[in-house]
Design a protein around this ligand. Structure first.
Ligand code: PMT
Length: 222
């Protein structure tokens, strides 16, 4: 990164999927690879920030200079974010958090019986909304959204509902979004909106971090 635009700033991110156990050998998850979130962590560190990355199960190396905390479930991710959020300047929720988890993880392996099997799922805590709702010591809060249609409209609704400073909406489609090297993002913040890409996640990450740094500077002129 050419300019240390985040020098002296602290950035907390989530990345990757979560894994919600059904029994000792099975779980519910999604197709997130962690590539987008890890690219953001790498760029934020290269831009001079002190970076903490709370990662769901991802087969990716830890970016240089990044403090990585590995978790499995949404509840663990929530707990680690709560533990580390105080004193952060920026929070970026890039993880594809499972919205639901099995009501109880069965202690022994679920046996096949030939009868129908119903899963009882309960909602997971919303990690991003909890950060956005902090009354004090609230970081500049950035959320992601994965949308297939009416991207700007759905994303600006989500930004308002969750009380976010900036939302980065993925146009999910062939070759873009989950488990791909490329992405396309629509950024929406108080001051405007902007399209990034399509292009490699590393390039989009650099542009998004630059935009966040610009918003921080506009918020608190120094
Ligand atoms: O990991 P990759 O393969 O590189 O793919 C990147 C990505 C497509 C996963 C990523 O860019 C992305 O869009 N992440 C959010 C995906 C998503 O499904 O978002 P959502 O609409 O379920 O959630 C919206 C926002 O709330 C997200 O910032 C999410 O992190 C957050 N959230 C959601 C639910 C929950 N319980 N807690 C949360 O914090």
């Amino acid at each position: 990164f050419a300019e240390p635009v985040l020098a002296g700033r602290r950035v907390l991110l989530t990345a990757g999927p979560t894994r919600e156990p059904l029994d000792p050998v099975r779980y519910i998850t999604n197709r997130s690879s962690g590539k987008m979130g890890f690219a953001l962590a790498a760029v934020a560190a290269a831009a001079g920030a002190e970076v903490t990355l709370v990662a769901g199960p991802c087969a990716l190396p830890t970016p240089a200079g990044v403090h990585r905390i590995d978790v499995e479930t949404a509840e663990q991710m929530y707990a680690e974010v709560q533990r580390h959020v105080a004193g952060q300047d920026v929070f970026i929720g890039c993880a594809a958090v499972a919205d639901y988890r099995p009501a109880e993880a069965v202690a022994g392996k679920i046996k096949r019986s030939g009868a129908d099997l119903k899963l009882h799922l309960v909602p997971n805590p919303d990690i991003l909304a909890a950060v956005a709702a902090r009354a004090e010591d609230r970081p500049f809060t950035v959320g992601f959204a994965a949308e297939t249609d009416r991207v700007l409209e759905h994303a600006s609704d989500k930004r308002r509902r969750k009380g976010l400073d900036l939302i980065a909406a993925n146009r999910v489609g062939p070759g873009l979004g989950f488990d791909t090297d490329d992405n396309q993002l629509e950024l929406i913040w108080d001051g405007g909106h902007r399209q990034l890409g399509p292009g490699p996640k590393s390039a989009l990450a650099a542009e998004l971090i630059t935009q966040i740094a610009q918003c921080l500077q506009d918020d608190k002129p120094e």
